[in-house]
Design a protein around this ligand. Structure first.
Ligand SMILES: [Zn+2]
Length: 278
């Protein structure tokens, strides 16, 4: 059962031990050790996947989707309950040595003193409920922010962003948490709430914060992140002109996505070559 992870087992064991130990019992120490035991690795990863993940970080920075903040992850190729993501560092600076492995509770396998992104729960909790997703981007992509705070829906107005046709929900952390927060998805519960808002769609906005974008591969999630930002910019411009905006019809969007999504490797090849040349 996917939800019943090794860490849950360990936490369960440690809880039982804690109960048995009673107040101040000697087994409490054992419980603490078990609770801190890192998850096992799912094994080595193809260096090509690591290279693509490094490239994805730099491309997203090149394209203005991330700046000093934001992150991108990819699911482990050998185990669906592991994912890979950089340590807490600006995406443009990421190298292969910065990539860490996490379980779906977003616990690092081998931290070695490296710090993790506070909002890593976005990734673990979406991978847990979306078996179709193999790559995730979280960003503060500037042009999408107005659509998260005004109630104006983000909608596809050209063929490159046809994937937005399923609708772009807005996650409101105030509703999810039931109160005031620092706006960060810093717990598993908030990650689960965000995953629930996203549902089966490719993109969700986060009110007053940014967006999360998912896809079946790194090239596709990068493509979607770039064209979500571009669509948001173009939609603001189109609305500012004052006329009536004609968006893609759902059928146009379906046909366009079938054509365009297959071409995602083309810009990826260009973007990756430029990103890794530096
Ligand atoms: Zn964030």
């Amino acid at each position: 059962m996917e939800l019943f992870t090794r860490r849950h087992v360990l936490l369960g064991v440690s809880w039982v031990l804690g109960v048995l130990a009673g107040a101040g019992g000697a087994l409490a120490g054992v419980r603490d050790v078990l609770a801190q035991t890192p998850p096992a690795t799912a094994g080595p990863v193809d260096p090509k996947l690591i290279e693509d993940l490094v490239a994805a970080n730099r491309i997203l920075a090149d394209q203005g989707v991330v700046d000093g903040y934001g992150h991108v992850s990819v699911r482990h190729e050998k185990s669906p309950d592991r994912y890979l993501m950089s340590r807490s560092i600006a995406p443009e600076l990421v190298t292969a040595a910065d990539i860490m492995e996490y379980d779906l509770d977003s616990v690092p396998v081998d931290a070695r003193g490296r710090t993790s992104y506070l909002e890593r729960f976005i990734h673990g909790e979406i991978y847990r409920v979306r078996p179709d997703v193999r790559a995730i981007v979280h960003n503060h992509s500037p042009s999408v922010i107005p659509f998260g705070v005004t109630g104006v829906p983000l909608r596809p107005l050209y063929h490159m962003s046809a994937f937005l046709s399923a609708g772009v929900p807005v996650f409101d952390i105030r509703q999810a948490s039931g109160g005031m927060t620092d706006m960060l998805v810093r717990t598993a519960a908030l990650g689960q709430a965000l995953a629930s808002t996203l549902g089966t769609r490719p993109v969700a906005l986060m009110r007053g914060h940014g967006a999360v974008v998912v896809g079946a591969s790194l090239p596709l999630v990068v493509f979607r992140s770039v064209y979500t930002e571009v669509n948001a910019r173009l939609q603001s411009q189109a609305m500012a002109l004052g006329g009536q905006v004609t968006y893609l019809d759902p059928e146009e969007a379906r046909l366009a996505e079938a054509s365009v999504s297959g071409t995602a490797p083309r810009p990826w090849e260009l973007w990756k070559k430029k990103a890794l040349a530096r």
